[in-house]
Ligand binder design. Structure first.
Ligand SMILES: C[S@@+](CC[C@H](N)C(=O)[O-])C[C@H]1O[C@@H](n2cnc3c(N)ncnc32)[C@H](O)[C@@H]1O
Length: 207
């Protein structure tokens, strides 16, 4: 099966990587995920981080005893991740939404699948392809936690309408039950200045 073409946002991340990396190295994953921290697994678990960036969250989760696949399509970000955030509990994978071709071929499922600040970069057609693929990675009693950006974004890394209710319907149509939703402000200065808002959704696959 042919992979869908690289999106404008992914070209933007490739172009902007050297400027983004130093800022992302300063981010505190626990602070970023504060609205949903109570939903993360407490016993050692298998986690898939889609759009893992430089792997700050993967390293944070590994330090809590989890093993992680850090899936990241942007070479410069994945390479920075390998440099700054590698370790025996983190496996880096070069793959991308919506098709997740390499990941799907592995036929694994996970206790937690997370997409932090990724979903808004997919247009409606990509989301329709992506959601069944993402949901298929969530094992029984496993969870999907995602944040969806709403508002301003740099022109070369566009975001699409958050469409939160539509996203919930898509996840539910793929066997996931909504267990939590909330909203938060941003913690990064440029996003705060532009009033960017985040929607947080958590789903669970019934046992
Ligand atoms: C705002 S960054 C968030 C990075 C990381 N999740 C974090 O919170 O630090 C968005 C990430 O999504 C990735 N991304 C964008 N489009 C993607 C796609 N189609 N498939 C997978 N990852 C994608 C980018 O390469 C980038 O690493």
């Amino acid at each position: 099966m042919a992979q869908q073409p690289v999106s404008l946002a992914l070209s933007g991340y490739a172009a902007d990587a050297s400027g983004l990396i130093p800022n992302w190295l300063k981010l505190d994953s626990a602070e970023v995920h504060a609205p949903v921290l109570h939903l993360f697994p407490t016993r050692p678990s298998r986690i898939l981080d889609i759009g893992a960036g430089i792997g700050s969250d993967a390293a944070w989760l590994a330090s809590r005893g989890h093993s992680i696949i850090a899936l990241e399509p942007t070479d410069a970000l994945r390479e920075a991740g390998l440099e700054h955030h590698s370790g025996p509990r983190i496996e880096w994978l070069n793959d991308r939404l919506p098709d997740l071709l390499s990941l799907m071929a592995r036929r694994e499922t996970f206790d937690l699948v997370k997409l932090t600040a990724v979903w808004a970069h997919l247009d409606p057609d990509q989301r329709r392809v992506a959601m069944p693929n993402i949901a298929s990675q969530v094992g029984k009693s496993g969870r999907l936690i995602m944040s969806i950006r709403e508002g301003w974004s740099p022109a070369n890394r566009p975001v699409f309408e958050a469409a939160v209710d539509e996203t919930i319907r898509m996840a539910e149509a793929n066997g996931l039950a909504l267990i939590f939703r909330t909203e938060s402000g941003s913690i990064q200065p440029a996003n705060i200045a532009h009033g960017v808002k985040w929607h947080w959704l958590a789903f669970e696959r019934p046992a």
